[in-house]
Design a protein around this ligand. Structure first.
Ligand SMILES: [Fe+2]
Ligand SMILES: [Fe+2]
Length: 329
């Protein structure tokens, strides 16, 4: 933890992610950049969040959904944010539309399609079953299946059939891969609302099931398959970011979820630190996950809390590339 100190911005690309990436490095050098990942918002979004992101000097903002329960006005504010961004909507963003019980709870006009309103507001920045090429950063953001509830069972079949003509995990993987094949860049960042399967089955793993019966991998199998297929195509995947599985474990308040995992050249990051805005005796604190990419390699990932004057009051380093060995003179 640091208090009020400037963030380390550049770390040479060494460490486990770098060693894998070096072997597949493309001939063109990628610009370095700082990426902010905004975990589950759940209505905690204020104008100060955009100001904080500007003060942090981020090059790209990834927002991984659950803005509220079909909270159109929150999504409107997100859509109006001027920073480069890519968004994927979460299960709460289809809270009253994807399930029978939700439709019964729905308030207001049943003719008002708030899922479509959110998609229309976000436009090209919504990458669920889509992608966003970012030439300035030399990478493409690819979105997994939007509105995911997570887990190994195909759910909400009517919703996905009507909206996307998708009726299985296999078809979903195929849809994600269409975006991968259309990507303008060889370096891909994947975002999903829920993370991919394969990150562990313990309740405190990045997508581990933390409610009764406790345990089990609640990641998305279609997402995992698409990442694996992209890598088989030779794509570089330095970062996979997601939320949905909140850091605070449901069955115990004593521990927090493991927020990162590293596999081959890829850092998997769960950004769902909820609530993401806290009212404290030192003012309002808001969290962001920050990822530093150096030449296409993740060199640092951290969870930071920003205070009212937009300085960072705490930083939890989640991943840090190893420091270079200095040659002795
Ligand atoms: Fe959530
Ligand atoms: Fe969620």
């Amino acid at each position: 933890m640091s208090h009020g100190e400037p963030l380390p911005r550049t770390v040479p690309p060494t460490g486990p992610l770098a060693s894998a990436a070096v072997s597949s490095a493309s001939s063109c050098r990628l610009p370095s950049c700082t990426i902010a990942v905004v975990g589950d918002v759940h209505n905690a979004w204020e104008h100060e969040d955009e100001l904080a992101l500007q003060h942090l000097g981020v090059d790209l903002v990834l927002l991984v959904g659950d803005f509220g329960n079909e909270a159109v006005e929150v999504v409107r504010a997100i859509a109006q944010m001027s920073l480069p961004k890519a968004v994927i909507l979460g299960n709460h963003d289809a809270w009253y539309s994807a399930t029978d019980w939700g439709r019964k709870l729905r308030k207001g006009s049943v003719h008002e399609d708030r899922v479509q309103q959110q998609l229309d507001l976000l436009g090209a920045s919504h990458v669920g079953y889509g992608k966003l090429d970012l030439p300035a950063l030399g990478l493409t953001v690819v979105g997994s299946r939007p509105f995911s509830w997570g887990g190994p069972i195909w759910k909400h079949g009517a919703f996905y059939r009507q909206r996307y003509d998708i009726d299985s995990f296999e078809a979903s993987t195929g849809r994600i891969m269409e975006s991968v094949k259309q990507a303008a860049h060889e370096t891909l960042i994947f975002i999903g609302h829920c993370g991919p399967a394969g990150l562990g089955a313990q309740p405190d793993d990045p997508c581990g099931k933390d409610w009764e019966p406790i345990g089990g991998d609640h990641g998305d199998p279609d997402f995992a398959a698409a990442i694996a297929q992209a890598q088989l195509l030779g794509k570089r995947v330095p970062l996979v970011a997601f939320g949905h599985m909140h850091h605070q474990l449901r069955y115990t308040k004593a521990r927090l979820r493991r927020a990162v995992d590293v596999q081959l050249e890829t850092l998997y990051l769960n950004a769902a630190s909820v609530p993401r805005i806290l009212q404290t005796d030192r003012g309002r604190l808001r969290n962001f996950s920050l990822v530093t990419l150096e030449e296409g390699v993740v060199t640092q990932a951290s969870l930071v809390w920003v205070q009212d004057d937009f300085t960072v009051c705490s930083q939890q380093v989640l991943y840090q590339a190893s420091q270079p060995v200095l040659a002795s003179s």
